[in-house]
Design a protein around this ligand. Structure first.
Ligand code: HEC
Length: 311
């Protein structure tokens, strides 16, 4: 009997026989077909990404880089002014402007306004030489320079001076004009436009300001103990995943879930409170839709476990 079997197997794999019976070829070639189809399929699937992928990368502008970091400033009240009065370059205003200029601007623009101040030596573009009439970005008139002082020149060392009282800024501009000797003057209409654009007659309050980086640091530091706690709780939760099945079913991110639950005690009271509190924050709170599929017993088990862990 065994002999017969052996013979049969021999016959089965007898290559000559295979060649003589074309239908059997298929049996031999079949694995190669499978191989080709599978590798072809894998190749196709692995290339799906590049088919779907946007070849042109989306342009994300990092808005935090547009303006150089904000300096710390206390809130100030910018008093309203009578533009017509201070637009006239009186000797008094020029003297005041000189003092202010030497204190705030000369470090870059130089004492005589030639753009040769020490602090400006490495800047690209260099600080403006006020005696050179070519290539101004905003322009030389009172209104133009006011715009420069109000908004700064983005991407250069020229910061905004919007916190400086309007009358002081006018005084500085008059002093700069006195250095220049001749300069283009604004028409009455242009001055009126300036007045309207920056609401100079009304005045306004500029809020407290702190650097973005500092604000982020404060927020993080205030939360740091809570975050560390949540991470520790998250660890305990994930360690217990094997013991308590509902964890895997309902939670995607243990740390986030622990942090979310640590922010309130509402969910501890009953299953319904638990369900309500979790559904409000889903899915950003580390839970997932599987939470809704838990049986009442599982909810009870999960809630009591979490209430134990998160203290
Ligand atoms: C940290 C150095 C620095 C300080 C301080 C500084 N500036 Fe400038 N300022 C620059 C640089 C750099 C430019 C060149 C910007 C450009 O070419 O677009 C400039 C350009 C200017 C311009 C020309 C704008 C234009 O239209 O081209 C004016 C006006 C000006 N500053 C006024 C002032 C006044 C007034 C002060 C003081 C309140 C001051 N700056 C303080 C660096 C400085």
């Amino acid at each position: 009997m065994e002999e017969l079997n052996n013979k049969k197997i021999e016959e089965e794999i007898n290559f000559k026989n295979v060649l003589q019976t074309p239908i059997r070829w298929f049996g031999v070639i079949y694995p190669y077909f499978i191989f080709l189809i599978v590798t072809g399929g894998l190749y196709y699937v692995s290339n799906l990404n590049s088919i779907n992928e946007n070849k042109i990368k989306p342009l994300i502008i990092d808005s935090t880089r547009l303006k150089s970091e904000l300096p710390v400033r206390m809130a100030v009240r910018i008093e309203g002014v009578n533009v017509k009065e201070i637009a006239e370059p009186t000797a008094e205003l020029i003297t005041k402007g000189r003092e202010l200029y030497l204190a705030s601007c000369a470090s870059c623009h130089g004492n005589e306004g030639r753009g040769d101040g020490v602090a400006g030596s490495g800047l690209v573009p260099p600080p403006r030489n006020f005696l050179n009439k070519d290539g101004w970005t905003n322009g030389m008139t009172l209104a133009d320079i006011f715009k420069t002082l109000e908004e700064g020149i983005s991407g250069t060392g020229m910061a905004a001076y919007e916190y400086m009282p309007v009358a002081d800024r006018f005084a500085i501009i008059h002093f700069i004009h006195s250095l220049m000797g001749d300069y283009p003057e604004n028409t009455v209409e242009e001055l009126e436009q300036l007045n309207m654009k920056y609401k100079l007659a009304e005045g306004r309050i500029l809020p407290n300001q702190i650097p973005v980086e500092k604000a982020v640091k404060i927020i993080t530091e205030e939360n740091l103990p809570n975050l560390n706690k949540a991470i520790a709780h998250g660890k305990v939760i994930s360690i217990n995943q094997n013991k308590i099945e509902s964890i895997t079913k309902a939670i995607t991110n243990e740390d986030v879930a622990a942090y979310y639950l640590s922010k309130s005690d509402l969910w501890r009271r009953s299953n319904n409170d638990f369900k309500e509190y979790v559904s409000i924050g889903l899915p950003a709170n580390g839970f997932k839709a599987g939470f809704y599929l838990l049986s009442e017993d599982e909810i009870t088990q999960l809630r009591t476990f979490l209430a134990d862990v998160i203290k």
